[in-house]
Design a protein around this ligand. Structure first.
Ligand code: AQP
Length: 329
């Protein structure tokens, strides 16, 4: 089966190096593999309180970052989730096929809701995986590049597809999460026991950080006892995180990096990591600035929404018909 690839990022805050490694770094190669649907998950961004002006600006930034990462508008449809109404329409159907018990077991829901007062937890936060499943099945996507934190949601989508197809026939395409070999969970530089995350920024490298700021953040990253540059997430979480970042930047595997840094002191190793990140991000940031200035993302978003809507509406019809919604045309 040909590859249909779908990936998205929520415009909830400043993008981090974690988002870059999970999605943006490989976007150019992803473009070459098959038909791609790359979206800005702005409806998902509403699941936690966000200022409207910030949401708008984050959405623009994300569109520009996708293009700066090498997204080819002729090969990929880049669109705002809110511009394709089929996402919300399908959500109204699919919310009946995922159950409260399974949704309440989702780690992301547990983590995010734990930070809110009980009477301020929105239904959308709880039902987030339903909309995410809709995002995926609408495009018959079979490959979903994600970071490790999203695997649980893809597994739930797979359960939904099985459940739905068992009941109605072979209607939905089975998706599969695709994780990077190295860098599937980039941790905070100040606390390597927690994920680098844009809505809870702590020790984050932001994609908009100036090179000097990136260098400073990496040079002051928390390290561990001992002095050997060795990948050992349990006993050396700080150094292991930096090794992952280095490997992701250079597209190499961990043993190669360990060999390269044999005998290095932590300080020299951190300098090499900072150099690698800056070497990668500086040209990317320059492209981003150009795109923001010429606003080329606007036409691409419009064209992308048209292409995505066409495909999403066809799938929506197929699903409406399967569940018994009367179609008059
Ligand atoms: N630290 C990370 N390491 C590896 N991958 C990561 N991703 C996020 N953080 C890391 C991956 O980036 C993609 C887009 O993420 P998202 O915007 O959908 O939301 P998220 O997974 O919840 O990421 P954040 O940055 O933590 O966002 P907020 O704080 O808004 O929830 C996903 O593929 C994700 O796995």
């Amino acid at each position: 089966m040909a590859e249909r690839i779908l990936t998205g990022i929520k415009p909830t805050g400043q993008l981090t190096l974690g988002n870059y490694i999970a999605v943006l770094k490989n976007l150019k190669k992803t473009n070459e593999r098959g038909e791609c649907f790359i979206f800005i998950a702005d409806l998902h961004a509403l699941t936690l309180p966000i200022d409207p002006a910030v949401l708008r600006q984050n959405s623009i930034d994300l569109a520009a970052f996708y293009l700066a990462a090498g997204l080819d508008p002729n090969k990929s449809a880049m669109f705002l989730q809110s511009s394709v109404s089929a996402h919300a329409e399908l959500n109204a159907i699919m919310q009946n096929y995922l159950y409260m018990g399974e949704l309440s077991r989702m780690t992301q829901f547990k983590d995010k809701s734990a930070k809110l007062k009980e009477n301020a937890i929105g239904l959308g936060l709880f039902a987030y995986p339903v909309l995410m499943a809709c995002d995926i099945v609408l495009y018959d996507a079979n490959i979903i590049p994600v970071g490790e934190d999203q695997v649980q949601h893809i597994e739930l989508t797979r359960d939904l597809v099985n459940r739905f197809n068992n009941r109605y026939g072979n209607i939905l395409t089975m998706p599969k999460a695709e994780l990077r070999k190295v860098g599937k969970r980039i941790m905070s530089l100040s606390d390597p026991s927690v994920k680098m995350s844009k809505s809870d920024p702590k020790g984050d490298v932001f994609l908009k950080d100036e090179p000097a700021v990136i260098r400073k953040k990496i040079m002051s990253a928390v390290t561990d006892m001992g002095c050997e540059v060795k990948y050992d997430p349990e006993n050396k979480p700080g150094i292991s995180n930096l090794i992952q970042i280095y490997c992701a930047m250079k597209d190499i595997e961990i043993p190669e990096a360990e060999k390269l840094f044999e005998g290095y002191r932590y300080g020299d190793f951190k300098k090499a990591v900072a150099d690698a990140v800056i070497e990668e991000l500086e040209p990317f940031q320059n492209r981003y600035k150009e795109i923001i200035a010429n606003k080329s993302y606007e036409a691409v978003l419009k064209q992308g929404a048209e292409k995505a809507s066409k495909i999403a509406n066809e799938t929506l019809k197929r699903i409406q018909k399967a569940v018994g919604l009367l179609q008059l045309d």
